[in-house]
Design a protein around this ligand. Structure first.
Ligand code: GLU
Length: 306
């Protein structure tokens, strides 16, 4: 496995076209695209890494997997009254379907869906309390107390978040929101701004590869059935309107973020964190996708067969 990740890292650094960093969040626009990291956490507890695997990056929409997990833990299947489970086929920040579907987002991984999940997990609490809970949860599942929010990124998102504010106010016009819109947005921007490295990310996702139990710590995070369902949503909706292409090329449940990270899950085998800040036109990490495609090919881990 070490040889495989070393080869992938080398191949990625030699590629000319590394994609474009996310320009619409000023703090992310400053990041050097010539960076790549890969970490593979096996379900037997072994961890393999290559590239700049200790470098922190903004996990952005990957955080939506973890807020969904928290929401399911708090509220169970009742969350599905507020958010659907279908791929949207639209960009991550699209507003078009919301009008037709009366403010109920297609799935928890598009921005509108994740903002709805933020409203659900707040349950009348202050954003600070909810954020403390999210961070505590991240530290627990990754078994790492150093995980924190990058306040500079959160501020940068807040200042340039007109599109997300539009989505939130539009949904609230249907009378769905239980908390003040500004507070829900604050919670959303802050959980998107959690900073992690690829190894922390791989460790945080291990419960999804191991029937809900983190094999390193022994903690049961969710039931096996819930882990399976979260993986299903990652496979069908984890890459926005690029989800079909990701399934075709990589064949693993995965969730991307515009910070350039991707969490991928090879059920029964491994949880994988990759990072490279350059994105493709849809907003998914260009080298991250390529690296996962190679890894799935070399290991035979695709859920669709070897
Ligand atoms: N915080 C980002 C936004 O709302 C998340 C998008 C993403 O990572 O795909 O625009």
């Amino acid at each position: 496995m070490q040889q495989i990740v070393d080869e992938i890292a080398e191949e990625m650094m030699n590629l000319e076209d590394k994609g474009e960093v996310a320009h619409y969040i000023p703090q992310l626009a400053k990041i050097d695209p010539n960076q790549f990291a890969i970490s593979v956490a096996l379900t037997n507890g072994e961890i393999y890494q290559a590239g700049c695997a200790a470098k922190l990056f903004s996990i952005q929409s990957i955080s939506k997997v973890f807020t969904l997990t928290l929401a399911l833990g708090k509220l169970g299947d009742s969350i599905w009254h507020r958010v659907g489970r279908e791929p949207s086929g639209d960009p991550f920040n699209s507003i078009v379907q919301l009008e037709h579907e009366q403010g109920k987002p297609r799935n928890p991984f598009i921005n509108a869906g994740a903002i709805t999940i933020a409203d659900l997990i707040m349950q009348g609490h202050q954003p600070k309390e909810v954020l403390a809970e999210i961070i505590q949860f991240m530290r627990y599942i990754a078994d790492d107390d150093s995980i924190a929010i990058d306040e500079k990124v959160a501020k940068s998102e807040l200042e340039t978040g007109a599109r997300n504010a539009s989505l939130a106010y539009f949904m609230s016009s249907f009378g769905h929101f239980e908390n003040p819109v500004e507070e829900v947005l604050g919670t959303y921007f802050h959980h998107c701004s959690i900073a992690m490295n690829s190894t922390q990310l791989a460790k945080a996702g291990l419960f999804l590869a191991n029937n809900g139990v983190n094999p390193i710590t022994g903690y049961t995070v969710v039931s096996a059935q819930r882990a399976k369902r979260i993986n299903a949503l990652m496979l069908t909706c984890g890459h926005y309107d690029g989800s079909g292409e990701f399934a075709f090329r990589v064949g693993l449940p995965g969730k991307s973020g515009v910070g350039g990270g991707i969490l991928a899950v090879a059920p029964g085998n491994a949880s994988i964190g990759v990072w490279s800040p350059g994105l493709d036109a849809i907003g998914n990490s260009k080298l991250g996708t390529k690296a996962l495609e190679l890894l799935a090919y070399k290991t035979g881990w695709s859920v669709f067969g070897k």
